[in-house]
Design a binder for this molecule. Sequence first.
Ligand SMILES: [Zn+2]
Length: 278
Amino acid sequence: MHRTTLGDFELTVVSDGTYFLDGGAFFGVVPKTLWSKKAAPDELNRLDAGLNSLLVRTGKKNILIETGIGNKLPEKMAQIYKQPAKLLDNLHAAGLAPEDIDIVINTHLHFDHCGWNTVRRGDQVVATFPNAKYYVQEQEWEHGRLQLERDAISYMSPNYDPLLENGQMVLLNGDLELLRGISVKVFPGHTANMQAVIIESGGKKACYISDLIPTSHHLDVTWVMAFDLFPLQTIESRKKYYSWAIPEKWLTVFTHDDQTPWGYVERGERNRLTLKFP
Ligand SMILES: [Zn+2]
């Protein structure tokens, strides 16, 4: 389990396990001859992708950023993606029960980012974290509700609508400091309203950058996933992110990297982006 301190805060990577993604979809327009040197696919062209949530212990509050795939996937999707469902076990290993989580932040509402928001109990769908407030951008939720041809499959309302109905989920409008040292910032590209989470304590910063830079293999601004709705905006958002994160030495947390959950992005020789490990 990856764990570090950031000022007064403690950060722990808590994984829901790994799932399958198609290598071509994961690396978009990048030729396979290039990406397969970094990540080797299986005979069905699949890669193992991580499902990294980040637990932030501030000393007063326990904050969980992202909740993986969960355990409610329909049979067919569970066969395609796998349904690892390890988040609660790993949370337990980190010393916490679901009741201990005070805040859950979803960067966006694709099924592989908010699956453990809820669980089935009998014929009901209820909050996995009974004492938590959940936060997501309002326009992200609005987009999911449209159920568009392109991405309806990614938006499964049982992951969030029961929480809106019982008042546990709060919809946000734009950038905001949720509590001291925990802010959300919208970076358009993957979706129009995906938010990253910026964590700051003792003059140090970390950022859960989510699908703007899904793995350490996606540092190059042009290595954009085919899933992204607005690839040109992904490029602009990455440039903006690097303009802050590189000079200020932010610890970048990668959602879908099963090997390297975090690191410091640096500019090396010939302007190449590289990663330094904490
Ligand atoms: Zn996504």
